[in-house]
Design a protein around this ligand. Sequence first.
Ligand code: GLC
Ligand code: GLC
Length: 828
Amino acid sequence: MKGFTRMKYGYFDDENHEYVISQPNTPLPWINYLGSEAYFALISNTAGGYSFYKDARLRRLTRYRYNNAPLDMGGRYIYLRDNASGAFWSPSWMPVRVKLDEYECRHGQGYTIIRSVANDIEARTRYFVPVGENLEIWELTLTNRRSAPADISTFSAVEFCLWDANDDGTNFQRNYSIGQVEIVPLPGHPSVGDVIYHKTEYRERRDHFAYFACSEKLAGFDTQRETFLGPYRGWDSPAVVETGVSCQSEAHGWQVIGSHHIKLTLAPGESHTIRFILGYHENPKNDKFDPPDSQVINKRIVEPIIAKYLQSTNVEAAFQQLREHWSKLLGIYQVETPDEHTNRMVNIWNAYQCMVTFNMSRSASYFESGIGRGMGFRDSNQDLLGFVHMIPERARERILDIAATQLENGGAYHQYQPLTKRGNNDVGTGFNDDPAWLILGVAAYIKETGDFGILDELVPYDNNPDLAKPLYDHLQRSLQYTLERIGPHGLPLIGRADWNDCLNLNCFSDTPGQSFQTTTSKDGKVAESVFIAGLFVLAARELSALARKVGRESDATRYTHEAQEMEKVTLGPGWDGAWFRRAYDDFSNVIGSKECEEGQIFIEPQGICILAGIGVESGHAQKALDSVAERLATPHGIILQQPAYSKYYLHLGEISSYPPGYKENAGIFCHTNPWIMAAETIIGRGDKAHDYYLRINPSARENIGDLHKCEPYVYAQMIAGRDAATHGEAKNSWLTGTAAWNYVAITQFILGIRPTYDGLQVAPVVPQSWKGFNATRKFRGVTYNIKIERQGPGNQVSLTANGAAIQGSVIPLPTQGEKTVEVVVTLR
Ligand code: GLC
Ligand code: GLC
């Protein structure tokens, strides 16, 4: 067993792919995600959180209140009560918060295990969602560590959400009257308790319901919240738990909950396992009731599923299947470098976070209520970059979904709802960078898979099947969209915003509470974005390369030409002398220039322009990156812009609405940092690239947990910048484009192992002090075992594959059907 470095709040157990939290009162809830296809659950280290089916807004199973006190209230609660003394506690610490004698929470990939001891009763709860199922299992094992028998009551508790989380939190005049449940035995299983079905609105238009089942005979149950808690009482001291007597309450309106009560007597040393299942089920529309003319839920399909997971052998098999599923996914890219933070983020946590951001986009975290935002167009395309190697089939489906929300003019809905897959009209369109990201997503997918056929898939515009065109046509219109929107300096018009949602140069909002992005008060014919120019060059070069691959030579030539023209503009009015400018505002004044009083230099154009190859030969790139190092880099990461905006500027929009040092106003907006890391590798500076990598690497920040506050195993959207009072404090963990881009920066640019149309490329740009590293990459059905050895200080590579020398750095796909290729790389 390897030694662990224990920090204040926990430690990495790399061998088991887990993070172990060793005290419950972390600076913020440190959370995990369960489920990765349709049924999802967020769970904190104290069992807080909520569950939903596909869409956190439209199909919410359980309630959660965000800005509550105490923090993280509402979850998957278990109460234990010593029936002899009347003492009760929560084995997950919350919500009762009685001191536990031992406590440990292990977050793994798709599961969380909370183990604790109080009153000499050990409780271990394993929470997970089986692969392919729409349910979660809570498997609780109680062990009596006393020398005398223990008479213990166990209570479960969840609070049901009435499906639409937004309506649930606002429309009380209706909602207090509609709650309904059924509490019925599981036929053929006389030894298990009644199942609680939550069926609000099932009697009318819904064909789905939730269920909460328990593997034991019940001493009682409750489904009405105020009966369980007692009037004016909270989750920390439910009356039913205090008295040890359930009320068999049946909810009719008000607040619907599910609670089982189990009584057990455990002999000294004895263990007993109880399984709870919380799940979601949809019935066929025309077969909702049983008997058909009744109002009773048809349970014929769901009952066998419930029965299956009340069995311990099936639960164990499902857990092993989940473990295997993840070890297979993580096995696709594994590295062994001299740096432990690189290893554990690449091998475990960064890849895992990429799955979660792919699933959620920005919709549901402890900072995103799941109500406000569906799937982002630009966000989802970027999330895919870090995910595509794991399950390319899902990336393919996602690409087709996203592309179907594109508009005929090439523009895009900024967001869409995962349940309906329809564009969101409230947020609308006109974020002028959106369409270009589709090209990057598609190119990444084809490089990974070689599936050029996707380009011929017929995909609707605006979800209208009559407007379907091949995907390739969508990509062309994406570029055309920019070309048709060029401003006075020859740069692309910015629209409502580009990547930086908060740089709103056409919106001029002077009314509190107005949306900064959707309040368009200008026709938008003047304000331009250097960022979009850089992104256009990057996307046009991608599409050109892709066009060449599929024999569309004239398109390829045309896009290369357009890229060159835009590059010139970027190095003309887009260049400030020592860095790339950011934009021109509605008065044609420059933003991100030494001429400005505040906001002189921005990170985004430095990153994206260099990624596009702009100024690399001419030395502009190096100048820009030196300026970044000098003006934007801090020990906690690279700041978005400097100097911060000290006051609100009407003509700049939301960016200046944040206090200096936070979010887009000179925060360390982590998403942008990997662009700079990648850019550094493009000009050959591996030391700088990896140094930046470590500054925001959560594992490397574990030892400053009290300052950083967020989970040490996942990236956060933001770390407060130099101008903030709390410089170094992270916020908005989990759902951030940082996950995908860091994964790309470290795996493809720094470690340099990168899929191309023609094979796997190996071209590392790593720190000079590294003597080498090893990697395994599965790519198009072949396993590449890669050994890299440094023989000189530079980045020049010579390669052999299965002993044969390779020209250049791309290993062609094996023609002989070999399944493994041994790659030896010398760096000089
Ligand atoms: C948020 C948005 C993303 C945007 C970024 C910068 O993360 O989801 O789309 O690019 O903020 O404003
Ligand atoms: C806010 C946030 C920004 C995010 C945007 C999404 O503006 O500050 O980070 O991109 O909302 O709509």
